[in-house]
Write a new protein. Structure first.
Length: 631
């Protein structure tokens, strides 16, 4: 396997392939040490502790400045030599044909191009496809529409090249497929779901919609989950403990993934994460929420006072028309017509007409004079609304129960879109006036506060004291942490979700915040940690449908061919379950979840939820028993 990249995802993906799947990996990274950060697993905790102390001091003092980006203190990458066992490291400024050839692309089974720049990945993919038509390509692209076209182009090129060479068959990993993934799309649903109490991670497959939700700790929660036929995914950490913290007697107190029914019934004080079957209709795309779109709704064109003024004027016109019809015995339509003529001062004096007609004409003229400024105000207000429709909105007065989203970069933009699909009120905070997500926020008419979140008054402007949750997804670990610490000082029970790069730093932050605020929900998420399993599965030919975060661990939902898997083929769905490893959820092409007595056949494609180690075993790979993150 060859992995090329310039950020944490490349290192995380290489470690995933090497330690979980036992693959030989060649890692190509730039020579710049600050860009090509090595794997953070196993880094000395002293640097993380020092960074944590520094940020806490900055947040408490509110002295400003974010103290630099995440991952401070990262070590250097060995140039052109051997990395950890099973990993070869090459340093190169760009992925030229010579570099790819030196990395062994011509003999490789799969190549992952996970640079942060779409153009760099596309250029390298075109070169690699020419060097090895049978190579499985996995590309990281942010532009989803472009990614679809690139998939078709590279697959067509591979088919033509293989046909010309009269090879026909696939290489070591099967067909020469191209798979385009986005780390932002993979991580955004998990980040959004984590910030919302009562909402779960949703998985879609072949018309089947599954949702992972947390059941609160309760004496009968586990028993109830079993009786209702729900799929238990994990037993959560007990209240008052933190993941991976050993209890008395050395017993692990962290989350237990894919427990069996007996373990679920004995959940005790643990919460239970279950997978619910949602009807297909519920998974259909929901209509855009109120006020979402480029053209503002009619009600937002005019203020409340102006709408009442217009309504009163219309009522006066109708009353005058009815009175004219009654006084003169005129047909109502004709009376309404004459009233409008009088209203708009069209010359038709009622000379010689009855006194009642003359009085009504004078009243109509008076109403017309009163209506003119109202119409003028309506026109000016409507023009002003359209003129500011392209401007950023400010948080409205009285807003509450919303989510404050920090950062509108690649990840923040996807998270914002996901939250709006769920009809969740959002207020964004962004320091860069040129951020890519501002256009999306403007289109969705989401309020935005422009400013540095580390400065006084920015979070207050986002109504943090009345917010439901804070999602800090900027690219700087210290900025995210400082924002969460300050927000917790304002509202201790606030739900907080942080995007952190450094694993040791994230663990220290998570444990400290949870210990300081045991009644509040705290989550720390790494985008590369959430995305790497999907990229690794794609390199091995696995169709990964999604990743479900469970505290500091992750479960994968994947599609597996039953044929050739003795752990699945010929077994019932219930018999194929292995606690702590995998569970069969459904079968592609069949509506609903899989019945426990159904016997899996060779032609079936099973949807399974598995740990990383369990999926590696299903793939025919043996995981290293020393891997620190076995889930």
């Amino acid at each position: 396997m060859v992995v090329c990249g310039d950020d944490g995802l490349a290192h995380r993906l290489a470690a995933e392939l090497r330690t979980v799947y036992g693959e030989q990996v060649t890692l190509v990274v730039p020579p710049n040490v600050r860009i090509a950060r090595p794997p953070v697993v196993g880094r000395a905790r002293a640097a993380s502790a020092a960074l944590f102390d520094r940020v806490v001091s900055a947040a408490v003092g509110r002295t400003g400045g974010n103290g630099g980006g995440g991952g401070t203190g990262a070590g250097a990458v060995s140039g052109g030599g051997e990395g950890p066992r099973g990993e070869r490291v090459l340093e190169a400024d760009e992925t030229s044909e010579a570099v790819l050839a030196e990395a062994g692309v011509e003999r490789a089974a799969a190549l992952a191009l996970v640079y942060d720049d779409d153009e760099t990945n596309i250029r390298a993919a075109l070169t690699a496809r020419r060097l090895n038509p049978r190579l499985r390509l996995v590309l990281r692209l942010y532009n989803r529409r472009l990614g679809q076209h690139i998939e078709e182009l590279l697959d067509q090129a591979a088919a033509l090249a293989i046909g010309d060479a009269d090879g026909g068959g696939g290489g070591a990993v099967g067909d020469a497929s191209t798979i385009v993934l986005s780390d932002a799309d993979t991580a955004a649903p998990a980040l959004a779901a984590t910030a919302l109490a009562g909402r779960g991670k949703v998985i879609h497959t072949d018309g089947l919609v599954l949702r992972a939700v947390d059941l609160p700790p309760d004496a009968g929660a586990g028993q109830d989950a079993v009786e209702r036929g729900l799929f238990p995914l994990a037993l959560l950490s007990p209240n008052g403990t933190v993941p991976d913290e050993p209890a008395g007697g050395g017993r692990e107190r962290g989350p237990r993934l894919l427990p069996d029914d007996e373990q679920v019934r004995a959940a005790g004080e643990r919460g239970v994460m279950v997978l619910e079957h949602v009807s297909s209709s519920a998974g259909a795309a929901e209509p855009a929420g109120r006020g979402v779109g480029v053209v503002p709704p009619l009600a937002s064109l005019f203020s409340r006072r102006l709408r009442w003024s217009l309504l009163g004027s219309v009522g006066c016109v109708v009353a005058l028309a009815v009175a004219l019809s009654v006084v003169t015995h005129m047909h109502p339509v004709r009376a309404f017509y004459y009233t409008l003529l009088d209203l708009f001062a069209i010359d038709n004096p009622a000379i010689g007409a009855p006194l009642g007609r003359q009085i009504l004409q004078l009243l109509s003229g008076l109403v017309g004079l009163l209506l003119l400024p109202v119409l003028l105000a309506a026109v000016l207000e409507a023009l002003g609304t359209f003129r500011t429709a392209s401007a950023l909105r400010k948080p409205p007065r009285g807003l509450g129960g919303h989510v404050v989203l920090l950062g509108l970069g690649k990840i923040g933009t996807r998270v914002l879109t996901r939250l709006r699909e769920l009809h969740v009120p959002v207020v964004c905070v962004e320091a860069d006036p040129e951020a890519r997500g501002l256009a999306v926020a403007r289109r969705l008419r989401v309020p935005v506060v422009l400013g540095d979140v580390t400065q006084e008054g920015v979070l207050e402007a986002a109504k943090i004291h009345r917010a439901q949750a804070l999602l800090a997804v900027t690219s700087a670990d210290t900025t995210n942490l400082e924002a969460v610490l300050y927000a917790r000082s304002v509202r201790p029970e606030l739900t907080a979700v942080l995007r952190l790069y450094d694993d040791d730093f994230a663990t220290a932050v998570y444990r400290t915040l949870r210990a300081a605020h045991p009644d509040a929900i705290t989550r720390s998420r790494s985008v590369s940690y959430l995305a790497a399993p999907s990229f690794a599965g794609a390199m091995l030919g696995r169709q990964i449908l999604g990743a479900i975060p469970v505290e500091r661990k992750v479960l994968l939902v994947a599609v597996v061919e039953v044929r050739g898997h003795p752990q699945l083929e010929g077994r019932t769905v219930a018999g194929a379950f292995r606690a702590g490893a995998w569970r069969v959820l459904a079968l592609e092409g069949r509506q609903g979840v899989a019945a426990g007595e159904y016997v899996l056949r060779g032609g079936d494609r099973a949807v399974v939820v598995a740990t990383r180690r369990g999926l590696a075993e299903l793939s025919g790979h043996v995981a290293s028993p020393t891997h620190p993150h076995d889930a």
